[in-house]
Ligand binder design. Structure first.
Ligand code: FAS
Ligand code: PHB
Length: 423
């Protein structure tokens, strides 16, 4: 990659391209539906927003294209646990104030097998904790920061298409309100999630996909009730997996493993609470405060990675490149390490013209992605009931959970993965 336009120290100013006006020839200048910027970011979820915020703070111009409305993006209920790396990155991005006030530090988690329960001590074994703070709140904070910078986001962007990714002058076309638009840029960041256009834009002979589909899903409920326990409970039972989580002391998040044939409309609140109580230790079930669900959803579970995470000037970030089963709480956190590596490469590129960081991006990101894929697969395989499971398989699960319960090295290994491996 040659030295970028508007390179040098990259201290351009992220103007507001969403305000139509005469082309000033500068960055983010809008004229006749054409925008010139340094980084075009496809996707206004956590990956795109966090990358955009880091870039804007370092004077690197960027434009975000989001296919949905802001309200729709902010309505999503997803991750709940932040690794230390993501917390530090949000601090670096200047969007951690509310997180510092409202995030809940968790020094460990509970694991149960039928009626037995034990604690894995994160801080005692690794020196690090995790923070419970919903992805929804992270996204809120990132949008508030985006507003403050004035950097543009085009919502309800349609027909987004990437052109010239394998050239030195890529561009992105899209429509907003039916009007054709074009962004000329140095780099395209594909932050558009699993169903986005970015990964699909990579030629099949360039890309190799790795996938594992699990034969079950998670039925999730959000309820305005106090959490059953101060810490998360990962429960394995004869009836299947359950997870007791939370968003704050008044908002609980619960999941139960369910078959892929299940439909949300078949689950009344009472049915959900009864099933959850049958999967967690009886002393926890006795103290469970139930109440009306304010959100109920079913998510399928899959492991997925595409290699490489780069094609020319297109760089994939987050769910656009990989998916993990949510058991290990890694999805959002992996998006963060991708953003960190890509931002570091872009910062070097715009400051010096060097491409070492960008050239190393895919290999560097994938090394951490695969370790998180392994942990998420391991924890999912350990804690869930599989339809074709034999009695021997169930004994293996029980033996491994018992080993985890009684062995400090096993608990340290789990804790190191859960709090987040180093970037
Ligand atoms: P996202 O999918 O969040 O964002 C991509 C954005 O791109 C979206 O806003 C989308 O509208 C937009 N987009 C898509 N196509 C586009 C196009 N062509 N043009 C423009 N924009 C486009 N992770 C956990 O750690 N714990 C959990 O409990 C957990 N639960 C989850 C439950 C569900 C139902 C899902 C789907 C995911 C869950 N995840 C969980 C993983 C999730 O948190 C992701 O890892 C995280 O959202 C990744 O962020 P992004 O990479 O930004 O992708
Ligand atoms: C959540 O609170 O949504 C959550 C927490 C931990 C997980 C998965 C989901 O492993």
């Amino acid at each position: 990659m040659d030295c970028p336009d508007g390179g040098g120290d990259g201290h351009g100013k992220a103007a507001d391209a969403s305000v139509a006006g005469p082309r000033d020839g500068g960055m983010n200048g809008l004229s006749n539906g054409r925008v010139k910027t340094q980084v075009a970011i496809i996707g206004g979820g956590p990956s795109g927003l966090l990358l955009g915020q880091l870039l804007s703070r370092h004077g690197i111009d960027n434009v975000i294209l989001e296919q949905r409305t802001r309200a729709h993006v902010l309505s999503r209920i997803r991750a709940g646990v932040l690794e230390r790396g993501l917390v530090e990155l949000l601090r670096e991005a200047g969007v951690a104030d509310r997180l510092e006030r409202e995030g809940i530090r968790h020094d460990g988690a509970l694991i149960s097998f039928d009626d037995e329960m034990f604690r894995v001590d994160f801080t005692g074994t690794t020196g690090h904790a995790v923070t419970v703070y919903g992805q929804t709140e992270v996204t809120h904070d990132l949008y508030a920061a985006r507003d403050a910078t004035g950097a543009p986001v085009h919502f309800e962007a349609e027909e987004v298409a990437i052109h010239g990714a394998d050239s030195d002058a890529p561009h992105v076309t899209f429509r907003v309100g039916g009007a054709p638009m074009r962004i000329d840029c140095d780099v395209v960041a594909g932050c558009d999630g699993f169903h986005g256009v970015s990964r699909a834009s990579m030629p099949r002979h360039i890309r190799r996909d790795f996938e594992k589909i699990y034969p079950f899903g998670w039925l999730g409920v959000l309820s305005e009730t106090p959490p059953v326990n101060e810490e998360l409970i990962y429960a394995s039972s004869e009836r299947g997996f359950a997870l007791c989580s939370m968003r704050n002391p008044r908002l609980s998040r619960y999941y139960i493993q369910c078959s892929l044939e299940e439909r949300v409309e078949d689950w009344t609140d009472d049915r959900f609470w009864d099933e959850l109580k049958r999967r967690i230790p009886s002393d926890q079930a006795d103290r469970l405060v139930t109440g009306p669900s304010i959100e109920t959803s079913i998510a399928p579970l899959r492991s997925f990675v595409t290699e490489p995470m780069r094609w020319g000037r297109l760089f994939l970030c987050g769910d656009a490149a990989h998916i993990v089963p949510p058991t290990g709480a890694k999805g959002l956190n992996l998006a963060a390490s991708d953003v960190h590596y890509l931002f570091e490469g872009l910062r070097e590129f715009y400051a010096t013209g060097a491409t070492r960081g960008l050239d190393a991006y895919s290999d560097r990101a994938l090394r951490r992605v695969w370790k998180a894929e392994r942990f998420s697969w391991w924890f999912t395989s350990l804690m869930h009931r599989f339809p074709d499971q034999t009695g021997f398989d169930r004994r293996m699960q029980r033996a491994e959970i018992d080993f985890l319960r009684t062995n400090a090295a096993a608990q340290t290994a789990m804790a190191e993965n859960y709090v987040g491996l180093p970037y």
